[in-house]
Design a protein around this ligand. Structure first.
Ligand code: ZN
Length: 176
């Protein structure tokens, strides 16, 4: 089921989400919610979505990039469901990341992100995994984890001249 996505200004987006007891991950309620998050992400062409964006303060995000029309220039990556995720950053390497957000529709902004991270989380079967990821997938994981801590991409911007509307991003910045 596609859920409503809340937008910047809604105080829920600024709250810190709560960990899910591992024993509850396989419950019907949590499994249905995960399915709903995936449906919502795909319907709205998100590369990821966090539980707080649909008003649930739980530490879950999902991410996937499969020929996404909102991110035509990015590398595809497979679906990941991350429950109680943590991220460790690798080294000093940073990338200039142009990001959008389903909760900040119509805008893009550029900010620094770690180029490569180690993502640890539980999957939807309740199994813990650790994966090293890089490129767009690493950026999306950092963006979604921020949501679980009440942080939005605009908070991490260093220069507001790189906050643009979508059309202007495509016109002036996409092929830079
Ligand atoms: Zn977002």
């Amino acid at each position: 089921m596609v859920l409503d996505v809340i937008k910047m200004g809604n105080p829920i987006l600024r709250e810190v989400c709560q960990a899910i007891p591992v024993i509850d991950i396989t419950n019907d309620e949590v499994q249905t919610f995960i399915d709903d998050l995936i449906d919502t992400m795909r319907e709205k062409n998100g590369a990821g979505i966090a539980a707080s964006q649909v008003g649930q303060l739980q530490r879950i995000f999902v991410m996937e990039c499969d020929h996404n029309p909102r991110y035509p220039d990015r590398t595809d990556f497979a679906l990941t469901v991350a429950i109680n995720p943590t991220i460790e950053e690798f080294g000093e390497a940073m990338v200039d990341s142009w990001e959008g957000c389903l909760s900040i529709p119509g805008l893009r902004g550029m900010l620094p992100r770690s180029a490569k991270v180690e993502l640890s989380a539980y999957d939807r079967d309740g199994n813990q995994f650790v994966r090293t990821i890089e490129g767009f997938e690493a950026v999306v994981a950092q963006h979604e984890l921020d949501h679980l801590n009440g942080v939005l991409f605009v908070d991490r911007m260093k220069d507001m001249k790189y906050l643009t509307f979508q059309d202007e991003y495509v016109k002036y910045w996409l092929n830079e």
